[in-house]
Design a protein around this ligand. Structure first.
Ligand code: PA5
Length: 442
């Protein structure tokens, strides 16, 4: 088994103390972990994600890869989904593919890593969707519609338009090469439509909730279609899963338990907001995914840390003032990627810009120095900062990181005394919206 310390490490040296083995909070984290692992806690019918990295069947991976290959024959892919049904895929795709020519940065030998990928139905912005439909007009694009319930309004409306467009232009047989559905095994209107049209479809197991579903076809199909290696992603998650219940079982070696204990310690000390800070452009969506995971899992019964995120050093020029000097109700969790290939700063003969003192250094080293300097400044300013160091960004490390965050979230929510796997609060806006829109029965 790979040593998890070679993938990621937690550094509490700027965190103003973290719960050590044997402390009350460490014991509570261990008890919460035991509750999770023994499947005795609230929401225990939604624990399918826990052993998912060990249980994914070869046949399922092969079916996903075959569908991905069909999608790659199209001119573009549109991923239709919202919340947990799209954030995992977007996180991995944006972390590992170039934002410019959409070429995957790490395994250039793989095919079709430049397949353009677009998103729809993750909101209902008319202008965005009008521009997308205009851009797609006449193109032979593929659609992966993803909705566990199969009834969510935002992706439902986008899919109605896209499917309508493709059905008007392609015969049924061709349509089946372009439209792929990921939904519940039997419930919901999307399942019915997919079955009736004979579309290739994938199933989301009943016991896996949206925000824990990145390693199901919900995440795997669009990630594979984007040209990334889903087997490495699963292998990273599997390595973390095996470590957390094997050689990393004890609190002293367990990053998930330490993270869960630490953030509960901060919360109890009055730090109500956790800010995820990423110094790599591609990690923006990791912040979005992490906010959904922790926000929807913990924010209930009048409790829960508010998860926020910033992109640094960009936001040091906007949110930096607040973080350094504002109300001391925040703590910061910093993602630090050790190895990022990039430019080396050149020496200029006349040093007109005064930057020759940096000549010969890697841009990533300068970025990491900014990170270190900010860690010191923010912790001096009363913001506890945890640094999570990733050795590099690839499918394997991301698989391990995503799994670690999911596991820590389950533990942390149990420490807080809430059910991590339900989201009763998201129904309130829907109820009002359906009434205002005149949906039958509302
Ligand atoms: O995590 C969750 O459960 C939610 O964010 C859902 O993923 C989101 O509401 C989309 O639901 P559905 O997949 O049913 O369309």
């Amino acid at each position: 088994m790979a040593d998890v310390k070679e993938i990621l490490q937690l550094d509490f040296s700027h965190a103003a103390g973290s719960p050590g083995s044997g402390s009350d909070l460490a014991d509570q984290a261990v008890a919460a972990r035991d509750q999770l692992e023994s499947r005795q806690g609230p929401g225990n019918d939604y624990l399918g994600w826990l052993d998912l990295p060990l249980n994914i069947a070869e046949a399922e991976l092969a079916a996903v890869e075959a569908a991905a290959q069909e999608i790659q024959a199209a001119e573009a892919l549109v991923i239709v989904g919202i919340g947990g049904s799209y954030l995992g895929a977007r996180t991995v795709l944006e972390a590992l593919r170039s934002p410019f020519d959409q070429q995957h940065q790490h395994h250039q030998q793989q095919q079709q890593q430049n397949l353009p990928v677009y998103y729809a139905g993750h909101q209902m912005d008319a202008g965005y969707h009008a521009a997308l439909y205009k851009h797609l007009a006449g193109k032979r694009y593929a659609v992966n519609v993803i909705s566990k319930s199969g009834t969510t309004t935002e992706p439902g409306l986008a899919f109605r338009s896209l499917y309508g467009d493709l059905s008007a232009r392609y015969a049924a047989e061709d349509l089946r090469k372009l439209v792929f559905a990921t939904t519940d095994a039997s419930k919901g209107s999307l399942r019915k439509l997919a079955d009736e049209a004979g579309l290739t479809s994938f199933t989301i197991a009943d016991d896996v909730g949206g925000r824990y579903s990145v390693l199901t076809p919900v995440g795997l199909l669009p990630i594979a279609a984007g040209g990334l290696d889903i087997r490495r992603l699963v292998a990273g998650a599997r390595t973390m899963r095996e470590y957390l219940k094997g050689s990393g079982k004890d609190f002293a070696n367990n990053p998930a338990l330490q993270y869960a204990a630490y953030r509960n310690a901060q919360y109890r000390a009055g730090k109500k907001i956790e800010i995820m800070a990423a110094y790599n452009e591609g990690l923006h969506y990791l912040g979005e995914w992490w906010k959904q995971l922790y926000g929807e899992s913990e924010g209930k019964n009048g409790k829960g840390i508010f998860p926020a995120s910033v992109d640094l050093s960009t936001d040091l020029h906007s949110m930096g003032q607040w973080m350094q000097d504002g109300e001391r109700s925040i703590f910061e969790t910093v993602l630090d990627v050790a190895d990022v290939a990039g430019p080396i700063i050149e020496k200029q003969p006349n040093d007109a810009d005064g930057l020759n003192y940096l000549a010969g250094r890697e841009l990533n080293a300068v970025n990491r120095t900014a990170l270190q300097a900010t860690l010191e400044a923010h912790s001096d300013g009363g913001v506890p900062c945890l640094r999570i160091e990733l050795n590099r960004l690839d499918e394997f490390t991301l698989g391990a990181l995503l799994y670690m965050f999911q596991y820590a979230c389950g533990v942390s929510a149990y420490m807080l005394g809430v059910n991590p796997f339900d989201q009763p609060g998201v129904e309130a806006y829907k109820k009002n919206m359906f009434r205002m829109l005149g949906k039958p029965g509302h």
